[in-house]
Design a protein around this ligand. Sequence first.
Ligand code: FAD
Length: 273
Amino acid sequence: MLSAGGFIMNPKMVGHFAPAYASGMPNGTLGDQGSGILLGMSAGGSTALMDKVSAWRFINPPKAWAQAIAVSREGTRFVDETVYGATLGEHIVDHHGGVAWLIYDQTLRDTAFRQARDKRLVPFQRDVTLINLLFNARKAKTIARLAGKIGVDPTGLARTIAQYNAAAHGSAADLFGKEPEDMRPIETGPYYAMDISIDSRFLPLPVITFGGLRVAEESGQVLDSGGKPIAGLYAAGRTAVGIASQTYVSGLSFADCFFSGRRAARHAARANV
Ligand SMILES: Cc1cc2nc3c(=O)[nH]c(=O)nc-3n(C[C@H](O)[C@H](O)[C@H](O)COP(=O)(O)OP(=O)(O)OC[C@H]3O[C@@H](n4cnc5c(N)ncnc54)[C@H](O)[C@@H]3O)c2cc1C
């Protein structure tokens, strides 16, 4: 029974199977070396979805950040910024080369500082907010200058902000269906750009692997390259492909670990392995 976690702590494997995620912050335990997957492969097991990695870019709290805009190198938005953190991370890494900036104005920055003092925040939320407000923001008097400082297309950024402000003021629908109460116009300079890229120094992007050994759905037995179960060899949790492998949402990995472990154990007990 192989149940030794994933391979996010093995830079060689990450570089080989999921290079786009190599500069993320490994999110796991020191045991996530891929040893279970490699052992299974050495016994004839096949793998799948080894390029599937989930990147968790949570930007709320503070809510003011989610009311701002995330833009790519082109200065264009690509998502409703209130989406679930793993969805935002997937957009940034899979569709925008791992590069993104959060753009906000002085009003939103002041609001974020106020929200950081909310007593309901736990220390890691408060401290991450403050550190990034203070040390992870480029500042400029105009949008054009801000774009120049961060290497983003100035025309694209100006157009994006004009569109966003129109939606925030209620005179147009938002391109991504963002709710009006989740938007604030970005119009009170100075303006700020916060690095939310995969390699952001002050806002690391946690990444976790979801590929692994292919297993039979009904038993958890490891499958060989022809799709045939290997007698007596099982895999569970992040060593195996599971329910969470294609799309992760909070809880789905834990749930899959419990489920897949029980599935394999039951089958092994019945088969009297
Ligand atoms: C900070 C953080 C937050 C998370 N939050 C969530 C969440 O909200 N919801 C969710 O669903 N998931 C979450 N996850 C992911 C989830 O915790 C993991 O996907 C899950 O615990 C993996 O379980 P596993 O049994 O596959 O591996 P593990 O729990 O890592 O267990 C594998 C065990 O095998 C051991 N091992 C490794 N190699 C060997 C070896 N060669 N020989 C012997 N033993 C070995 C390891 O030491 C470890 O004890 C989070 C993970 C982290 C790090």
